[in-house]
Structure formats: C-alpha cells, structure tokens
Design a binder for this molecule. Structure first.
Ligand code: ASP
Length: 797
C-alpha cells in the first residue's frame, strides 16, 4: 500500500517538474480544469480562410496544425506548447478590424459585416447551405438574417467560405461578411425588423461552441447554467428587453414631470421599519450595516432636503424566510413627491400605467405558449435606431394614437387611465374577501361575496357550519354552465383537495357549506336551507347585481361564516376560497382564461394590523399591533389620528395598494411629515422603546427641519413585470434570480465564510470562544471629523 502511494507521489512530482519545464501534461494533471476545456475548444477553431481581403493578419495567417484531441492515452504524444501558443495567437481576432455595419445602413446588394451567433446549418446540397444568424443588434427572439452559402467554382472565395461555414459548430459567435439580398417570398411586416438573406463571402468563428453542451429545443437549464437559459430562451430575453424598455419609458415619463433620479445608499443601518433585514458586518468590531428593505427613509429625507420629486429603480433587500415567490433582493420603482397627497400620487401612477400599457400594446405581441401569454417583441423603435437628429417630428397628440391596427399582429389589450378602478379596503374585503381582488373574477361565472341576512337562514343551518358565537354568514354563487352532477363532481373534488391547498387554509371554526342547484331534487337541492330560505334565495331580486337573481341547474352556492368584526389582515376564508375556485375552474377549462389586465387601487387600509396577522417582525413595540404599511404612514383624516390613540385598530391610513389581476404590484402612502406626530405614533401608539425610536432619529431630525407634506409609492418592479409577462414567478423576469433558499447556484452565493473572514469581521459561533485579539503593532486611530464636535444623536434629548 505504502509502495503504491509513494509511486503515485513520485509520478505526480515528476509531472509537476515536467510542467515547470514547459513540457505538456496530460489532461488530468493540468492545474485548471477550465483551461483544459478552453484548449480543446481552440483546437476546434475553424481554419481562417485567408479569403477576406480586409482581414487582419491574425485571421488570415495559416494557423498552427491543430493538436489531436487529448485523452488519457495521449500521454505518449506530447503536445508542443509553442505550437499551442501559435494557435491561440493566430486565432486572437482584433475586432476593431471587423466592425459590424450599422443596421440602418442595410440595402439590398450592399456588402455588410455582421456579428452574431449562428444556428444549426441546413445543408440543402453540396454547394448550398442555410444558417440563421441571431444578430447582436436584434436581441429579441426574432432572427432576421439568414446566411445563404453557395458556390459554383472550386477554390473560389465562396467555395472557401462555404468550407469554413461547415467547420463552425452551431451556436458559435461569428463575424460574417456577405451581400444583402431581399429574401424571396417574404413580406416584411410594417414596424417589425426586416428580414435579410446574406450571401456569404467570408465567415470567422470567434469562439466555437463546445460539443459537450447539448442544446435541445425548449431545454430548461439548471440554475447553475443560467447563462445557457438566457442564451437559448428567446422568451426570457424578450422579457428582459421589456424590462429594459419599460425602465427607459418610466424614466422619461417621470423626468417629463420634473422627477429626478437619486441613488440612495445600499449600506444603510438596521431600523425597526417592519421587515427582516440583512446585516453586513464590518471590520469594526460590533458594528454592521443593514441593507435597505426599501429606500423609504432616505426618500423622505430627500423631501425634507428640498428634492421634492424623486424616483429611483432601487434594489431592496428583505430576509423573507423563503416565502413563496419572493426574492431576497428585488427591484422597486420608488417614487416620492412633496406637497402631495395620496390621491396626487395615485393620479401620477395611473398616468404612468396608461403610458406603460400603451407601449406594451404597441410594441409587444402576446404569444400563447403552454397557456402563458408571452410578450414577444414586434415593434421596431426607429426613433431609437435613427438617433436624435433623424427623429421623426411628432405631431401633437400622436403619442396618444392607438397602435396601428390591421397589421396582422395580435396586440395586448390597453388599459387606459379611465379603466383603473378605486375601492376602499373595507369594500374589497366585504365584496371579495381579499385586499388584492382579482377583478377578472366576475359574474356570470363567480359572483362577489354577499351577506345572507335577507335569506333569514335557519339557526340549525348556521350552527352546522360554524361554532362561532357571533357569526356573519356570507355566500357566493358559481356558474360553470355544467349539469348538476358534473358541477357536483367539480366542487366535491375541489373541496377534497382543500387540505393540500396552501393558499386557502380554512380556519377551524367554520366549514363551508356547498349546495348544487338541481331541479330534479327536493327543494331543488337547497333543502339544507329549509323551505323559506330556499325560496328566498331562488326569488331574490333585491340586489343591483342581476347575477344573484334566480338559480339555474348546476349553480354552486357556497355559504361560509366569519366572525362579525372589523376587517383586518389580507383575506377572509371565503375570499381565499373564491380565488382558488376561480383559478381551478380556469385551469380545468370551465371558465375561459381572461387575458385582460384589470387594475384597481385599494385605498384606506387600516393603519395598524394585529401582530398575529403580520408575517413581518413589525416595529417591535408592545402595543400588540404593527403598522400595516410602515410606521411613517399618515392617518387618513384627523378623526383617524384621534382613533390612532383611542381605538388604534379602527384608524384608517392614507395607504393605497395597486393591484393587477389579483396581484399586489405596488403600494404607497402619504407620510407623517411632522416630527412630533411621527414620534407620537412610534412612542404612544406603537409603544416602541426609546432605543427603537432612537434608530429613527435621523428621520425625525429631517422631519423637524420644516419637511413639507409628502406622499409616495413603490412598484415591485419584478412582480409588476411578472404580471405583464403572465409568468408564474418573478424569477422569470430577473436575469440572475436566487433560488427559494436565497442561493445563486451559478456563482455559488451565499458562500461559506472562511476562518480568516470570521476573524476579520468578528463573527463567532456561539459555542466558539472568541480568539485572542492579535496584538496591534500600530494602533490605527478611527478617523473622526475634527472640525465637528460629537453631536447628540438623540432626537428627544
Ligand atoms: N417603501 C414602501 C415599500 O417598500 C413603499 C412606499 O410607501 O413608498 O413598500
């Protein structure tokens, strides 16, 4: 055994010496395994043609003989490293000599140079091949250049180029030169990128695509290969393009309204604003930064600083315990305006939405794949490509024109300012049982929630469905246009699946009662209600909503009891059930999928939420409740400010959320702008400790300095995009998302901290004794501002 090990060691040492002497090493002894790949790849590089007259020496010169592919058995065939070097050198292309022809200069018959990735080649005959080139200029899913390689004469320039094309692996980046031709039988759609055939003259491979990466259609790459997902998923790239274009559009819109983008620090400090934060340790023992959960405090300080209209695409960080479809870092479009109320902010954001939906319907086409409406870029923004000098002069009001109709392209439905609805929190909780109503859930399929007082339900019935003392019974009606037995089967299966449905979670004190209207049964299937209530239900015509009137065979009626109390929290049992029923019925094809966008502002939220209903840590006060939005939110009216003191859970806030298709895409509020009021809320209402309040001293100081009234809003930009793109997860609109465990498997973050880093950042495990501090040779004094005396940080000193 010892002999085996020692002979292995001897061989290894020998290899190291060989390597140091510059001799070649077999693959398994090469120190960096990536390099081994790289070498194989470079060996595969196609032989430059020499046919391109303008090519540089490095491209045109004969490359060194390719080395045979290495394997374990190649140990006996040493590769000459200097030959390898020559190969590398010969293939080192100076891109400055091969500049791409600007896209706008394209004309039939013109010779152009294009950069891009080639697709799989189609060989039609020995002297005719086709290949798509996805152009670097056009990073959407549209391939608009087709390479046509053909030759007549052996040894001609075209012949050589054709041979070159054949040696280049599919998906490799290339430089191609050729002549533009109008493709036969192609009608270029107005507004979309033009298609060209490029008659091949020369082609150079810039970096051959490796054979060991197998590309198959619609492949889903694992998270650690996100670069391949991005590369081979044009829909994902289109979503990122939408993201980028929207950011530009939003910036332009806000800047036209005098907003300025201000970047605020990412290294902030820990404050009890509401969410759990990430700490960033420092080398100064006992000190840490916190990453901002949002730029909330800085943007309010900006208002006090006289920067009265602010926006920013801000990175926010929340340590959210892997809640469904959350990312520990995400992007907000953050907005704040001074001398403004909540309604001013909602008007601004509604105008912005109008603009965004106009853009979406003008330049993107919804393309259904596997039931999802993917946005595919179809527009071609000539104003961007032409540059400012050639920009077409727009006549007044042109921006408002609907997108061109009749071009055969399916358009997104537009949402205009006037389409956006407003409802208060208590209205949406009453009618839809959620503060994020999906306004696509409508009659005739599913009604809103209604109280049942008018039905005079018998006590026995109520007692059967709830153990609550003071209960309030509500109902919804579902019409799937199914015969009674099929409707019964649908609802039975649905109810049976409830225990596994994580979003519904019914509370134990009430069970939903489900009836199916069936004229072949006693009392038409409503006998559980008793004669009188069943008749009242059938004959009911008292509501404006005619969908409640009358019953039809197969109608499903669900009754559910809740506690008779003021609403708090984000949903009721029946609200969750209603949403889950809708989703299931759509999924199973009983309700047609509604691809429109239904936008609603939900306003007048309760200022505070009891602690049990809030998943976030809150402000850490002893009041038993926390701020529903954040502790800087203003009460709606003076009466609500009064309520904040005497019946805090009744106080309403000037807090508004923006909801699209049942998804909260943003939220905001008017702020408390007077330091005294703010301090009162923190101390007397939320009952925070002096230490907790002191964490906000910077904000209180800023408010004290004559801060004007102000209000703001933040779009969860990723979430908003995921709704526009109809994708199930925000990961689908982020270039490099993290997994549900908060990991980026591509780069391997978070990474394990080394003992050295632990020491530097003074991080010790509880069980671990803190190591002795190293003796400092030269103590470094902490740089203090000499001119300013130390200030008392306490705002209440
Ligand atoms: N900062 C808030 C949030 O992150 C938004 C706002 O009130 O402007 O939800």
């Amino acid at each position: 055994m010892v002999r085996i090990i020692s002979s292995y060691l001897q061989r290894t040492t020998l290899r190291c010496i060989q390597s140091m002497k510059g001799q070649s090493l077999p693959r398994r002894f090469q120190p960096i395994f990536r390099l081994e790949h790289t070498r194989t790849l470079h060996d595969e590089i196609s032989k430059p043609t020499g046919s391109e007259s303008t090519a540089t020496e490095s491209i045109d010169s004969e490359p060194a003989e390719s080395a045979p592919p290495e394997s374990e058995s190649s140990e006996s065939v040493p590769v000459d490293p200097s030959a390898q070097w020559e190969t590398y050198n010969a293939n080192f292309i100076d891109l400055r000599q091969h500049q791409a022809t600007p896209l706008l200069g394209y004309q039939a018959g013109q010779e152009v140079t294009v950069h891009g990735f080639i697709s799989k080649r189609r060989d039609v005959s020995s002297n005719l091949s086709f290949c798509e080139l996805s152009n670097a200029f056009d990073y959407s899913s549209q391939k608009n250049i087709q390479i046509v390689s053909t030759w007549n004469e052996d040894g001609s320039r075209q012949f050589l180029a054709h041979q070159d094309l054949k040696t280049i692996p599919a998906y490799s980046p290339v430089i191609v030169t050729g002549t533009l031709q109008e493709p036969p039988n192609t009608t270029n759609k107005p507004g979309s990128p033009r298609r060209w055939d490029l008659k091949l003259r020369s082609i150079h491979c810039l970096n051959p695509f490796p054979k060991d990466i197998i590309v198959s259609k619609d492949a889903v790459w694992p998270p650690h290969q996100r670069h391949l997902q991005l590369r081979f998923d044009p829909l994902l790239r289109d979503r990122l393009k939408l993201r980028s274009i929207l950011q530009t559009t939003i910036s332009k819109f806000l800047q036209s309204k005098s907003f300025i983008q201000v970047e605020t620090p990412l290294l902030f400090k820990s404050t009890p604003e509401g969410a759990r934060e990430f700490l960033v340790p420092t080398r100064r023992e006992g000190y840490a930064y916190a990453l901002p959960q949002s730029p909330q405090q800085y943007k309010q300080i900006l208002m006090a600083s006289g920067i009265t209209r602010y926006y920013q695409f801000a990175k926010c960080f929340r340590d959210e315990d892997h809640r469904a479809d959350r990312q520990p870092e995400f992007t907000q479009l953050d907005i704040e305006m001074a001398f403004a109320s909540g309604s001013d902010v909602m008007k601004l954001v509604s105008g912005l939405l109008d603009k965004i939906f106009f853009l979406l319907s003008g330049k993107w086409s919804p393309t259904e794949i596997n039931g999802i409406q993917h946005p595919v870029y179809v527009g071609f923004d000539e104003t961007v490509s032409k540059g400012p000098e050639k920009k077409k002069k727009k006549s007044k009001g042109e921006d408002q024109k609907p997108p061109e109709a009749g071009d055969g392209i399916t358009r997104y439905p537009r949402v205009q300012y006037r389409d956006i609805q407003f409802m208060t929190y208590s209205q949406v909780m009453k009618h839809f049982g959620t503060d994020k109503p999906d306004m696509r859930i409508r009659p005739p399929h599913i009604t809103s929630i209604r109280g049942t007082t008018h039905l005079n339900l018998p006590q026995e019935f109520i007692q059967k469905i709830t153990s609550l003392e003071d209960s309030y019974v509500e109902m919804i009606k579902i019409r799937l246009d199914l015969p009674p037995h099929a409707a019964g089967e649908f609802i039975r299966k649905f109810m049976d699946s409830l225990p596994n449905n994580t979003t519904v979670k019914p509370s134990p004190e009430s069970t939903p009662a489900v009836l199916v209207y069936d004229s072949s049964k006693p009392l038409n299937g409503l006998s559980a209600l008793g004669h009188e209530s069943a008749r009242k239900l059938e004959e009911f015509t008292g509501l404006k909503e005619s969908h409640y009137h009358g019953c039809k065979d197969g109608d499903i009626i669900i009754f559910h009891a809740r506690k008779r109390e003021t609403f708090h929290g984000s949903s009721t049992d029946l609200g969750r059930l209603r949403k889950a029923l809708y989703d299931t019925a759509v999924q199973q094809g009983f309700i047609p999928k509604d691809n429109s966008f239904k936008v609603i502002w939900v306003t007048e939220f309760p200022l505070f939420t009891p602690n049990g209903d809030n998943a976030d840590p809150g402000q850490g006060g002893t009041a038993g409740f926390s701020s529903t939005h954040h502790p800087f939110t203003a009460p709606l009216t003076p009466k609500d400010f009064f309520s904040a003191k005497y019946s805090p859970l009744q106080a309403r806030a000037d807090h508004y959320d923006l909801v699209i298709n049942g998804v909260e895409v943003g939220g905001g509020s008017r702020r408390i702008h007077a330091a005294k009021h703010q301090e009162f809320i923190l101390r007397d209402v939320l009952k925070m400790t002096d230490e907790g309040i002191a964490e906000f001293s910077h904000l209180l100081e800023a408010l004290r300095a004559g801060c004007p009234p102000h209000a703001g809003f933040a779009f969860g930009f990723d979430r908003f995009l995921s709704v526009l793109c109809d994708v199930p997860s925000i990961k689908d609109v982020i270039a490099f998302p993290k997994t549900n465990k908060g990991e980026d498997l591509m780069v391997g973050s978070p990474a394990k901290i080394t003992p050295e880093q632990r020491k530097t950042y003074h991080m010790f495990q509880e069980s671990e004794p803190e190591p002795e501090p190293e003796p400092k040779l030269e103590p470094e004094p902490e740089p203090e501002p000499k001119s300013e005396p130390e200030q008392d940080q306490g705002f209440n000193a």
